[in-house]
Design a protein. Structure first.
Length: 508
């Protein structure tokens, strides 16, 4: 009897152990299956290496003409309040302005434009070209002012004694005639603080805006060694860092509650935001912020968790690649301590670069080259960037809603996403995986290879558009985009030496 009771006890114990392990077992299987499905869904985005035989030989003289044109148009027509906007003209001549197309992403678009102008400044210094340097510096100062007002207006001033809420955009009463949108009734539009109480700003700021502002400030801090510029950059960085430390790196809205922005690392990733902000602060004011940087980067392991994005964005939120890459780029450039620099670079190469390496995306390719440049070591990648810039001339010069060329028949749709959604909808267990893929675009066509830019609509930053997914043509010859889709890439390539000031590409 005792033996039977003992056996029953053992059986019950085994069953209890198995039952207790079953949730863990199920979770492990669920995670493994999810990862496998993600990999299968985006597999096609890894397979299309560029074919050098299709590359158009670069005309460096033509690139310089295009950059001059876009930079002149940008300064004259696309920064009325010293931050980026698209512009609608009264007719196709595009000389008389009808209105400005202000958006939610003033900070992000301005930070990307800053990237171009900072590298224009670097190229000018490298070439010992005083005129080019002054052209770049003049616009850097304007854009830095525009970004500074994104801090000053909501908070009443600049500096660490003020709070650090960041605006999506702003307008002053004197410019109401060109910025009426900010004065219209809108839940996101509010009056400023203190001396800016008659000004307006747009709230509910997202990570997109922080990416542009953080990256723009970081690049100015590193490269633009002008006393007035450095003074203002340092003041802004001090204000942002002081405030974000006090809010535990949460974005705060006009009412004092959270916006939903949380820049802290989670799930062993997304440590880049805090590392970038505190690295800027540590360089600008080391006696105040260096201890914070090393606390988070080393003690809290944020440096090890500076991974951004995921391969799934190729079929969901493609734009997330752009702002994730932008902040990683800035952090790697700022960090000169060899161990941390190499760690950040390796994480970027094994993740964000791996996800986008074969996308023929000139922005990502130019960033990779800037971080890894040695003459003639990445010739195919250099040629790929140049090829895209040559193709930009076909449908995006001038940079308006010109539609695009007819997509050739060799762009063949893939069924990876279709197969996955069929599994979600028509199998017994598919529904339990569907929520994880909520942002995947089931109603879109995806091609087996990326579109080059002459087959893509113009956009305020075309490199955020998904090159695997075609869109309906946008035609409006009065709608002009700011042009930094070209100049941001061009000036990066000029600064690191791949693209020459003039001449024709020779050789392979």
């Amino acid at each position: 009897m005792k033996i039977r009771e003992h056996k029953n006890y053992k059986l019950k114990s085994i069953l209890i152990i198995l039952l207790s392990l079953s949730p863990i077992t199920f979770l492990g299987i669920y995670i493994s299956n999810t990862v496998s499905m993600f990999d299968q869904m985006v597999e096609f985005t890894y397979l299309s290496e560029p074919d050098p035989s299709t590359f158009i030989n670069a005309n460096y003289s033509r690139f310089a003409e295009m950059a001059d044109y876009f930079d002149e148009r940008y300064e004259d027509f696309h920064i009325p309040l010293n931050f980026s906007t698209s512009t609608i003209f009264t007719d196709g001549n595009c000389t008389n302005i009808s209105r400005y197309a202000y958006s939610d992403n003033g900070g992000q678009w301005t930070g990307l434009a800053v990237t171009g102008y900072v590298f224009k400044y670097v190229a000018a210094v490298n070439d010992n070209n005083a005129t080019l340097k002054e052209d770049a510096l003049r616009v850097v100062r304007k854009l830095l002012h525009g970004m500074s007002m994104m801090l000053a207006v909501p908070n009443g001033g600049l500096g660490p004694e003020y709070s650090g809420i960041l605006a999506r955009g702003w307008a002053n009463p004197e410019n109401k005639d060109i910025a009426q949108w900010y004065f219209d009734e809108n839940d996101q539009h509010h009056n400023g603080t203190g001396i800016y109480s008659d000004w307006r700003w747009r709230c509910y700021t997202s990570l997109d805006e922080y990416s542009g502002v953080y990256s723009g400030l970081a690049l100015i801090l590193k490269y633009v060694n002008e006393p007035d510029v450095q003074e203002l950059v340092t003041l802004m960085i001090d204000q942002l860092a002081n405030y974000m430390i006090n809010t535990n790196f949460l974005g705060i809205d006009w009412h004092g509650g959270p916006t939903g922005v949380d820049q802290k690392s989670r799930a062993f990733m997304s440590g880049t935001w805090v590392c970038l902000l505190l690295k800027m602060a540590a360089l600008a004011i080391p006696e105040k912020y260096e201890k914070y940087y090393y606390r988070y980067a080393a003690d809290e392991f944020y440096a090890f968790w500076s991974k951004e994005g995921g391969a799934q964005e190729s079929v969901s939120n493609y734009y997330a690649f752009a702002f994730g890459t932008h902040i990683q780029f800035a952090l790697i450039l700022l960090e000169e301590e060899p161990v941390l620099h190499d760690l950040y670079l390796k994480i970027y190469q094994n993740n964000m670069w791996k996800f986008t390496e074969n996308h023929r995306n000139a922005f990502y390719n130019a960033i990779y080259l800037t971080l890894n440049y040695e003459a003639n070591e990445n010739m195919i990648l250099e040629r790929d960037v140049e090829d895209q810039l040559m193709r930009y001339d076909l449908t995006h010069m001038p940079d308006r809603y010109n539609g695009y060329l007819e997509i050739p028949s060799d762009y063949v749709p893939v069924d990876n996403v279709e197969i996955l959604f069929d599994f979600f909808q028509n199998t017994p267990y598919g529904s339990i995986y569907r929520p994880i893929f909520s942002e995947a675009k089931e109603d879109k066509i995806f091609f087996q290879k990326p579109l080059t830019c002459e087959y893509m609509n113009g956009d305020i930053f075309i490199w955020e558009s998904n090159p695997f997914s075609p869109r309906e043509p946008r035609i409006d010859p009065t709608y002009e985009l700011p042009g930094f889709s070209f100049t941001c890439v061009y000036w990066m390539a000029r600064a690191f030496g791949s693209i020459k000031p003039e001449g024709i590409r020779e050789g392979i």
